[in-house]
Design a protein around this ligand. Structure first.
Ligand code: 13P
Length: 247
């Protein structure tokens, strides 16, 4: 099994001063990590964070990427721009983008495709809402969302990272139980296996109120290959604890 991946998603948080303190805290506290690590920072801070992470084992990530290559797309950031700042990962299809910015499965697939074409690994997010879970539609929803990115033109699906983030667990303090998360991860793994012989190489992250207290149990599940962490990634000691739990 390959290394686990612990990725922080800062969302729209931070400032020059707090970013510096947070990244220095993380760098200072890392002791020969056994997992891959990334922080997905606001686009405005990519240059600053690239500088602060230079020479560290922590990779830089973005929280979104345009589906377009260049041109009249006000407010968007292209994959070529991300590459200029040493970005290795880009989150695509986060539920907050799907919910507040109307991103459809087709848009998410186009973004994943752009990222791969530009040499950035997309972290593709899937996950059901509470209403969908209660209606017994969890499997159907996550399978539909994953299916959209499974056959990208000319790119191997094994180059992506998938994050299962149940919408009801994001920022709510309600974590999926390790069993609930594992159950969905197993469904996603089976779908990937049907699509590619390389399915075991694809990292399946769990996200949704993962924290220093519950990370070890979640990360011990057979199909959970890491975490996508929001709130707890903004506190160096908590993020370091989660990194240690992935070792
Ligand atoms: P929280 O860890 O704050 O619940 O956020 C999860 C998430 O959305 C990561 O992308």
């Amino acid at each position: 099994m390959s290394k686990k991946l612990i990725a922080g998603n800062w969302k729209m948080n931070g400032s020059l001063a707090t970013n510096q303190a947070l990244l220095q805290g993380i760098r200072g506290g890392l002791k020969a990590p056994a997992c891959d690590i990334a922080v997905c920072v606001p686009a405005a801070y990519l240059a600053q964070c690239q500088g602060l992470l230079a020479g560290s084992p922590v990779d830089l990530g973005a929280q979104d990427v345009s589906q377009h290559e260049a041109g009249a797309y006000t407010g968007e950031t292209s994959v070529a721009m991300l590459k200029e700042f040493g970005v290795r990962y880009a989150i695509v299809g986060h539920s907050e983008r799907r919910q507040y910015h109307g991103e459809t499965d087709a848009v998410v697939a186009a973004k994943a495709q752009q990222a791969l074409a530009g040499g950035v690994t997309p972290i593709v997010c899937v996950g059901e809402t509470l209403a969908e879970r209660e209606a017994g539609r969890t499997e159907e929803v996550v399978k539909r969302q994953l299916a959209a990115v499974i056959h990208l033109n000319g790119h191997c699906i094994s180059e992506i990272v998938v994050a299962y983030e149940p919408v009801w667990a994001i920022g709510t303090g309600k974590t999926a139980s390790p069993e609930q998360a594992q159950q969905v991860h197993a469904v996603l793994r089976a779908q990937l296996k049907a699509a590619t012989p390389q399915a075991e190489r694809i990292k399946l992250l769990y996200g949704g109120s993962m924290n220093a207290a519950n990370a070890a149990q979640l990360l011990s599940q057979p199909d959970i290959d890491g975490g996508l962490i929001g709130g707890a990634s903004l506190k160096a000691p908590d993020f370091l604890t989660i990194i240690a739990a992935a070792g």
